[in-house]
Design a protein around this ligand. Sequence first.
Ligand SMILES: [Ca+2]
Ligand SMILES: [Ca+2]
Ligand SMILES: [Ca+2]
Ligand SMILES: [Ca+2]
Length: 318
Amino acid sequence: MQSPIEVTDLGKFDYDGDDVLDDTAAPQIGIWDSSHALVVSTAIPTSTTPENGVFYAPITPTFLNLGTYVIGVQTFYDKERFSWDSNITTARAIQWNEGRFNLATTFTEPVNIRSQPTCYFGTNFKFDYLAPVESYVYDGSGQGAQPSSFLDTDGIELIDGEIPGTSYTDPDWVGFRDDPPDDGTSQPQVTFDLGRTYDLLKTTITYLQSEEASGTITAPEEVLISVSDIYDEAGFSTPVSFTGFDGTVGTEVRQAAFDLTGMIGRFVRLDFRNTSQWTFLGEVSFNGIMIPEPATLWSAVLGLLVLLSCARRRRSRE
Ligand SMILES: [Ca+2]
Ligand SMILES: [Ca+2]
Ligand SMILES: [Ca+2]
Ligand SMILES: [Ca+2]
C-alpha cells in the first residue's frame, strides 16, 4: 500500500466463471497487517451475485495506512479455488508482492510463500483512496466574529469524523459569521494540510441549511479551491470555483462532493463565499493518491537497477 485507503468490500474470484460461488460453506476472507493482526474479516455468503467475476461482501469501511498487508480467503478444495499463474495488474499505489498459502482446517493468515510470485491468486477488494488531513487553519474572515458556542473548540471539528445534527445548536458545528450586505470576503477561508503531496480526486463538505434561525444559516454559494506544495501565498494555484451547494429552503445536514481531479498538492485551500449571515460547516474530507517522496522514488530506481543487473548477470551465464 503506497497510499492510504479505506477498504469497503472484500471479494473472492469466480474461479470457474459460472457466476455461482461454488464453496461448500461461506468462505471467510480477511486482511492481516505486518504484525500478523487480523485487521478486518467477513464471510462471503454463497448466495452472492458476482460483479465482474468477483463475489464481494461489504465490510465496515476500514482504514489501511501505508504498509504491507496480506489478504486471504478460505477455499475448500471444491470448484472455487485460486489461480496458479496470474497476470496481475493492480490499482495505482497498490503493489502486489507475492502469493501465499496455508494448509489449515481453520481460517488463518496465509504465511507460506512460494518462489513463483503470481500463484495463489484468488482475492480482491474494493476501496477508496483517502487523503487524511493532519491539521488546518482558518486564515480568512469569520472565525474571530462568531459567538463562542459556534467555535471550533478543539481545532479538529472539521476533521473529527463527527457529523453534527440538524440543529445549529449542536456543538459539533462550526459557524462563520459575516453580516450582510455581502462584501465578497471569505466566510471562511480554511487551509488544510495533508502532510504529504497528493494527487487529489475529491473533497466532501458537510454543511447546514437551516430555517431554525430565520433563514440566517444557509448553504454557501461558492467555494474557491486552490492547492500548493508549500504554505505560502505565492505557491497556491489559481482558485477553481465550485458552486454545487444545495441552498433550497429546508432544515437539513447536506453534503457536497466536488471533483478535484488534476489538482496536486499538500495544502488545499477552501475559500467559502456566502451572501447570508452564517456558514455552518460540520466536516471536510479529501480523497487522493499519495505522490511518492523523492526518497521513495530513489529506492524504486535502485530496485530497478538491481533487477536489471540480475537480468544481465543471468544472461551472461547462458
Ligand atoms: Ca463459480
Ligand atoms: Ca466534525
Ligand atoms: Ca463547534
Ligand atoms: Ca458573506
